[in-house]
Write a protein that binds this ligand. Structure first.
Ligand code: GRF
Length: 214
């Protein structure tokens, strides 16, 4: 097959979404390869899984840098060394500067545990339960300078059940995250998406969103 898109996954913790991307990308016909897993936390559990799967890993500890620009300069140097073409943020808990985001415009995607534009930010499952919404879910989107904004590539919805706690709801959402993130990476890596304002279009007539799962 043609060259697979060299992709870096950025994590800060357990890396379950990273795992789903690594496992999906093992399929020979998958259009992206995970060429680097990078964490800002040296103790991130996900680094071990990536290394065990033969993937290059890097820890760039943000705490030793004077500021975000210096941290990002080290990150960018690693991306250059590994000839990275696309970044997947997967539970990466550092805000990126507008300069870095601009450099990676349309080449950096993120997963968020809510149906954007609802519930940007943290504690999405608690807030959804507090508001009494009946449908919750997750979103993969292109990254823009504003946090948890940017053109939406894929979404999955789950029902909110009477007995749900933030944990149980989050667990059900996470199952869907593990499905839509590989799907979104595949769509991006195939290079057939066009971005029209806030809308992402597949051009093939295939539906990229919404993906409703009950
Ligand atoms: C996920 O819920 C993701 O949507 C959010 O952070 C969490 C990361 O989990 N951005 P994991 O590290 O992928 O398991």
């Amino acid at each position: 097959m043609t060259q697979r898109l060299r992709t870096a996954v950025f994590i800060s913790g357990r890396g379950s979404n990273m795992q789903s991307l690594i496992l999906a990308a093992r399929a020979p016909d998958f259009p992206a390869e995970i060429a680097l897993v990078l964490s800002n936390r040296p103790d991130a559990a996900g680094l071990r899984f990536a290394a065990d799967h033969g993937i290059a890993t890097a820890a760039v500890d943000h705490k030793i840098y004077a500021g975000r620009e210096a941290f990002e300069a080290s990150v960018q140097a690693l991306l250059d060394v590994h000839r990275i073409e696309l970044i997947c943020l997967a539970g990466f808990m550092r805000l990126l500067t507008a300069g870095f985001v601009a450099r990676w415009q349309n080449r950096m995607i993120n997963i968020h545990p809510a149906l954007l534009p609802a519930y940007r930010g943290l504690h999405t499952h608690e807030r959804a339960l507090q508001d009494g919404v009946k449908i919750h879910g997750c979103t993969v989107h292109f990254v823009v300078p504003a946090m948890d904004e940017g053109p939406i590539i894929a979404q999955a919805a789950v029902p909110v059940l009477d007995e749900d706690t933030p944990d149980s709801l989050g667990k059900r959402v996470l199952e869907q995250e593990h499905k839509i993130y590989p799907l979104a990476l595949q769509l991006v890596a195939q290079g057939r998406l066009t971005i029209d304002g806030n809308r992402v279009k597949s051009g093939s007539g295939a539906s990229v969103a919404p993906l409703i799962v009950s």
